[in-house]
Structure formats: C-alpha cells, structure tokens
Design a protein. Structure first.
Length: 255
C-alpha cells in the first residue's frame, strides 16, 4: 500500500520532514507557524533532549503519520484556517518548496515523494534530517512594540508584572512571561547537533531582539568556529535599533 494523494491533498504539509522550532523557554515545537495552535506546545526542551532527538521523537512521528494518513492534526489549525480563506499559509510555503500546490494531490505524481512514503510505511518515522531550524534565542528585548507580546518582549513582560491596570486590560491571553535565555549548555547542545546534520542550510534566529541578547553572539561564534556557517544561511528578525560590529562580522561569515 502507498499514500493516497486524494485523501491527503487538502491537509498534507511537508514541514515535519524539513523543519522544526526551538521556542519560548527552550521548548521545542514542531513548526514555526503552529506556535498558537492546539497541541503545539510540547514537554520537550533543549535542556532534556537534543534537537535531533526531538526531530525523531514520538511527537514528530505522530505529526508525520497524520500527514501521510490524511488526518488533520490540531497543530495545523492556523494554516488550514488561512487556507480556507485563500491566504498564503505556512503550509503553502512549504508545499511550494517541494513543487506541490495547495491541494497536494494535484502534482503528487510529478515529484519525488519517497521520503513521505517511507514515513507512511514506518509509522511516521523518517529517514531524513531537517534542513531548516528556527531558534527563538530569548524574549529579551529593548522595545514594547504594539503588535508584540510578552513571549517575545521582556520589556512587555516587565510592564505586565508591575502594572495591574495593564494586566486587566490585556486579558488572560496576554499573561506575564518569565524572562529567559538560552544557557551555555543549551547553546553547545544546539551546535553539536547542527555540526552533524548533513543538509541543514537555514538557521533562523529570532527573539526578543536577537542583537540585544549576548547568547546570540555565542551561538553564532560557535557556528563559525566549527565550520557550520560556511554551509548555512543565517536569517534573523531585528528591530534595527542596535548595531553591533562584531555581530555584523560574524553574520558575514555565513553563506
């Protein structure tokens, strides 16, 4: 038996085969677009397991199995909702990378689907490694932008902790988030795995404000020192309020 493209077409996404995310408080999540979806938060953290251990974990295997079985996983709620309104969702962006369209069945027979078939035959397990890793280095930030929240701004977190009126107006979904940073041991664990992943080609560093976080410089320096930077594109999202010449020099050493 093999995958039925007509069964999976409207819900399939290749993301769990190529991408995952290290999010707030060092928690792993399966996808950068699933942060606010049901079931996106996991008990897996960088302090308990390595990035590759999470990528091959039961959580990721179940998600991959749902993809090839045609089950709409709750983690994918955000993208499927955007699809229903004809918006360009994260799911669509990942499909395009593989030459597939919004309805994956349309061109299923025209692309190499062997890695998906493997997962279909092995309960969601995969024989490939990720190529795209998003790392939220911390929520440390020097700004409190209107579209942001405490999970991405330590300044907003501090305001919520000291201002009861702001907490009341913000509501339960805008709760205080403890400030956090990646520890040196976590940074070493990330780099150890990046060094062994053969085809990793994109690392996305976000925060917080990445250039305000000293851990980012440590992470990038280790990636340069171990030769990872030569084969990896490093992307980031910054508010452009901080200029650090050392960071700029490090960034220039990436692909």
């Amino acid at each position: 038996m093999s995958i039925d493209p007509n069964k999976i077409g409207k819900t399939f996404c290749p993301s769990p085969w190529v991408h995952f995310r290290l999010g707030a408080n060092g928690q792993f999540t399966p996808c950068r677009w699933a942060v606010n979806s049901p079931g996106a938060s996991t008990a897996s953290t960088i302090y308990a397991e390595t990035p590759l251990e999470f990528f091959h974990s039961d959580t990721m295997n179940r998600l991959r199995h749902d993809m090839v079985a045609g089950n709409a996983n709750p983690i994918c709620k955000t993208c499927l909702y955007e699809d229903s309104f004809g918006k360009l969702s994260g799911r669509q962006k990942q499909l395009f990378r593989f030459g597939l369209t919004v309805d994956a069945s349309d061109k299923w027979t025209e692309v190499d689907t062997s890695i998906f078939e493997y997962s279909y035959e092995h309960g969601g397990q995969t024989n490939v490694e990720p190529i795209d890793f998003q790392i939220v280095t911390s929520n440390t930030c020097n700004s409190s932008c209107i579209m942001c929240g405490p999970g991405s701004s330590s300044k907003i977190s501090k305001d919520l902790a000291t201002n009861s009126t702001l907490r009341e107006l913000s509501g339960a979904d805008f709760a205080y988030v403890e400030a956090w940073r990646l520890t040196d041991s976590a940074i070493n664990r990330i780099v150890d795995d990046l060094e062994t992943i053969p085809y990793i080609n994109y690392v996305h560093l976000i925060g917080g404000e990445p250039f305000y976080d000293k851990g980012v410089k440590k992470l990038m320096q280790l990636m340069v020192d171990r030769g990872i930077a030569k084969r990896v594109i490093c992307g980031t999202a910054t508010n452009a309020t901080i200029y650090d010449a050392e960071l700029m020099d490090l960034m220039a050493q990436f692909q």
